[in-house]
Every structure is written in structure tokens, then in C-alpha cells.
Design a protein around this ligand. Structure first.
Ligand code: UDP
Ligand code: MG
Length: 323
């Protein structure tokens, strides 16, 4: 934290096994932030890394008092790590960015300039992205799907990278839901928004820490926590099938009573049973997605558990606290 009271800016960075990126990240960040009026702090949220990340961050903290480190008790995931960092951030505004340099630190002064113009939320909008073909394609599909199902507009192609005012950060902290999709929550809290376009880089080093399975879960969180449309879809499909079926059944019964044209068929019932069975399973699956999320919320476990907080000024804070 800055020595004299509240810094202007806090930068929150989730870190999971980023030993290859940390030094480069620190250099580029401090160079980009050198001129920030009113000072800044950088809060690293170490999400249970098991490489040298923690050691390297501690070493940086011993040299630079603007840095702090929140250690989580295990790997909780990208979104909980961001929440943990956000809870420690004291700045008048907060920038959230990934630790792999896909979000270029050089964009932060532009975000700050927009904030100084009075915008409460400044989204960094991906003008382009350089990523593997499969990932890039999946992202595109995801944003297209999200755009079509979301119950209210979520800016497309804006990930977690961006700036929020203190007041927005406080509101986000009050949202305690477990299945977090930050771009959606940030849109939900509202406030005046501005956009700064940027080119998303490739990861500076190392492999992506979010597996495709995790990203898929994240995408499902986005869809299911911001839309009831999948539920309505299963209702609509159910109705679209059962109404004609009912009509068809009526015709069959009438024919049977009148004794006309009775066919001892096999195909029709088989097809109908398989098709309806499939539709029912899909509908139950969709219900399950919502019920599982309700279960998560009802358990009301903290989003993350902090094991330690490090700062140069006080070396170690109490190993307590959670989200
Ligand atoms: N990350 C994290 N916890 C995890 C996975 C990732 O804190 O369980 C961090 C990671 O260190 C990086 C950021 O979240 O700083 C984004 O991760 P990654 O680059 O792997 O995700 P992608 O760019 O593929 O979305
Ligand atoms: Mg990345």
C-alpha cells in the first residue's frame, strides 16, 4: 500500500503458477505505472501456486512497499482469486488484470484517463486476440451464445481486464454469489461505463492455467447465472413436442375406437419414446445446472480462504479472513 494514505490505483492480479511471467510482469507494470498521480499499489492474489511464484512475489515485496500478496489456502480458481485480491485493494479505483501479460499493462494509463473523465467502469475491449485456434474459436462461440441468451446486455469481448471505481468495487464485493462471472456482475451493477480498445497479446510464458474444462464451467456459469432462457427453452421444446403429440394421440384413439386403419407398428412408438426421452433428459440436465448452483449458494461457504497476507510494512498479517 502507498505510504501516504489511500493510493489512487490498486492493481489486482490473480497468480497461479506464473513463475515465468512474474519478473516480466513486475517490470512492465512498474514502468507503465511510473507516472500515476497519487500513487498505486499492486495486490497479488496467489491462488495456491506450487511453483516459485510465492517466493518470487515475497522477494519483490521485500524491495517494493507498494506490493502486497494475499495467499489463498489452496487453488480456488481465477474468479475467487480475483475476489480475494479485490477485498484487499484500497485504491480509489481498481484495475483487474491477468498475470500472464495477455492484458498489456501499458493500457492502464488509458483506463485511468477515462476514469478521471468521470467514468465509473472502464472496460478494456479486445480489438483482437492472439490465441490458439481452438481457444479463439471457443471464445467466439461463447460470446455469441452469451449475447443471444443473456437476460440483459453484457458487453461482449470484454473479459475481466478493466478498471472499476472504488464504489463499484464495493458493490461487487457485496455480491456474494459463488458462481462468479465477473464481466456479467460488472455489467449488472451498472454505473457509467466507457470502453478502451486494446489488442490482447499471447500469454508471455508458460501454459494456460485455466484448462478447457474450467473455461467451459466458467462459460456455463456465465449462461446460467445471467439467464433463465435455457429453462424457458426446455419448456418451449416440451410444449412444441407435446401439443402435436397430444393431437396425434387423439387421432389414434379415435381411429382405434372406430376400428379403422389399425396398424400394429413399432417404428412410431420407438421414435417417439427415444425422442421424448432425449428431450426429457436434456430438460432435467438444464434443471440440474440451476439446482446445483442453488445448492452452492445455500451451502454459503466462503468464496475463498486466505492463509496469509504479506506486506513489507507488517511482514505478515493474521492468517485469517475469508470471502
Ligand atoms: N489463475 C488463477 N487461478 C487458476 C487459474 C488461473 O489465479 O486456477 C490466474 C492465472 O495465473 C492468470 C489468470 O488467472 O494470471 C488467467 O489465467 P490463464 O491465463 O490461464 O487463463 P486464460 O487466459 O486462458 O483465460
Ligand atoms: Mg491467459
Amino acid at each position: 500500500m502507498a505510504t501516504s494514505g489511500q493510493p489512487t490505483l490498486s492493481v489486482v492480479i490473480p497468480i497461479y503458477n506464473e513463475e515465468q511471467c512474474i519478473d516480466m510482469l513486475y517490470e512492465r507494470l512498474t514502468a507503465a505505472l511510473a507516472d500515476v498521480e497519487g500513487g498505486y499499489e499492486i495486490v497479488f492474489a496467489n491462488d495456491g501456486s506450487h511453483d516459485r511464484s510465492e517466493e518470487m512475489l515475497r522477494e519483490l515485496i521485500s524491495r517494493d512497499e507498494r506490493l502486497s500478496l494475499v495467499n489463498l489456502s489452496r487453488n480456488f480458481g481465477h474468479q475467487p482469486a480475483i475476489s480475494a485480491g479485490l477485498a484487499q485493494a484500497a485504491g480509489r479505483c481498481v484495475v483487474i488484470m491477468d498475470g500472464d501479460l495477455q492484458d498489456p499493462p501499458e493500457v492502464i494509463p488509458e483506463l485511468l484517463a477515462k476514469w478521471r473523465e468521470g467514468n465509473m467502469v472502464v472496460l478494456a475491449h479486445r480489438r483482437s486476440r492472439r490465441e490458439g485456434v481452438v481457444r479463439a474459436w471457443l471464445y467466439r462461440m461463447f460470446y455469441a451464445l452469451l449475447g443471444s441468451v443473456s437476460d440483459y446486455p453484457i458487453p461482449l469481448d470484454a473479459g475481466v481486464f478493466g478498471l472499476i471505481d472504488r464504489r463499484v468495487a464495493d458493490q461487487l464485493r457485496n455480491l456474494t454469489e459463488h458462481n462468479r462471472f465477473l464481466p456479467g456482475l460488472r455489467a449488472w451493477v451498472g454505473f457509467s461505463q466507457a470502453v478502451v480498445p486494446y489488442d490482447r497479446d499471447e500469454r508471455a510464458a508458460g501454459r494456460p492455467k485455466q484448462s478447457l474444462i474450467r473455461l467451459t464451467r466458467y462459460a456455463l456459469d456465465a449462461v446460467f447465472s445471467f439467464s433463465y432462457k435455457p429453462l424457458r427453452l426446455s419448456l418451449a421444446v416440451g410444449l412444441a413436442i407435446s401439443i402435436p403429440c397430444l393431437a396425434y394421440a387423439t387421432i389414434l384413439v379415435v381411429k382405434r375406437i372406430l376400428g379403422v386403419d389399425v396398424v400394429k407398428g413399432f417404428t412410431t412408438p420407438t421414435v417417439a419414446i427415444l425422442f421424448l426421452g432425449g428431450v426429457q433428459l436434456i430438460s432435467i440436465g438444464i434443471l440440474g445446472e440451476y439446482i446445483g448452483r442453488v445448492y452452492d449458494e445455500v451451502k454459503a461457504r466462503p468464496l475463498y480462504i486466505i492463509s496469509e497476507v504479506f506486506r513489507k510494512s507488517n511482514a505478515t498479517d493474521a492468517a485469517e479472513g475469508d470471502g
